[in-house]
Design a protein around this ligand. Sequence first.
Ligand SMILES: Nc1ncnc2c1ncn2[C@@H]1O[C@H](COP(=O)(O)OP(=O)(O)OP(=O)(O)O)[C@@H](O)[C@H]1O
Length: 259
Amino acid sequence: MIKLQQITYHRQNRRILDSIDWEVHQGEHWALIGPNGAGKTTLLNILNGYIWPSSGTVEVLGKTFGQTDLRQLRKSIGWVSSSLAEQYGRNHGRLTASQVVLSGKHASIGLYDSPSSEDTQQAEQLLETFGCQSLAHAHFHTLSQGEKQRVILARAWIAHPKLLILDEPCSGLDFPAREHLLHAIGTFGNQANGPTILYVSHHVEEILPFISHALLLQQGQILASGPKQQILTSHNLSQLFQMKVETEWQQGRPWIRPA
Ligand SMILES: Nc1ncnc2c1ncn2[C@@H]1O[C@H](COP(=O)(O)OP(=O)(O)OP(=O)(O)O)[C@@H](O)[C@H]1O
C-alpha cells in the first residue's frame, strides 16, 4: 500500500525528515505517533504528493511518484483532520450534514446536482453509523466541533478510499466527544475490505484495537516501527516523549502515565 525508501526532506538547511524507510502492507492499519515538530505532517504531505522529498522514492497504492498522475491517485486517498472540518465549515457551512457527506461522492452536491435517493439513503446510513443521524438536516456550520469531525469522517468514507489518513482527528475535542469519534472510527476500522488506515496523533491512548502497527517519529527520524505491542513499550515511549512514562494496556488500548 505504501513504500517509502530513504526519504529525506530538507528546508532552510534543516533536515526535517531523515532516511525514512517504511512499508505498509494490505490488511495493516498504522498509528503514526510523534511529539510536536517530529515531522508527521511533512510525511503525510509527501504521501499525498503535496510536497516532494529532497531524496528517496515514494510508492503509494502501487504507484511510484514521478511516474503517475497524482490527481488521479488522490481520488483513492481519503483525508480527515480537524482543520479540514473547520475549513469546510467556513466554505460550505450552509450545506446540511447530509449534503456534506454526499459531497464526498460528488463534488458539486448541494450546489447543482440533486442526489439519487440511493445516495441520500447511503449518506443517512453513514450518519447513523457515526452517531449523528439526527443531524442529517442541520446546517454544517451549526454543528459542534466533534459533530463536524464525525460528518467529515462519513464524507471521507462514502468515497470508498483505499487509503484513509486520519490526521489528529480528535484534536480540539473534549473527552466524551473524543470517545464518540473514536467509537465511530472503531466501527469502520474493524470492517473487512475497508481502507488501510493511517492514524496520526500525539496521544497513544487513541490507538484503537483494530490498529495493528505503530511508527514512532522523533525529530524527523524513525525511532521504532512494527507491530504495535512490540513498539508501544514504556521504554520506547519514554524515549519518544523524552520523559519517563509507563504504558498500560486496557481493553486493547495503550495508556501512558508519568513513571
Ligand atoms: N516549509 C517548511 N520550512 C521550514 N521548516 C518547516 C517547513 N515545514 C515544516 N517545517 C519544520 O519541520 C518540523 C516538522 O514539522 P511537522 O509539521 O511535519 O511536524 P508535526 O510532527 O506534524 O508537528 P505537530 O504535531 O506539531 O503538528 C517543524 O519543526 C517545522 O517547523
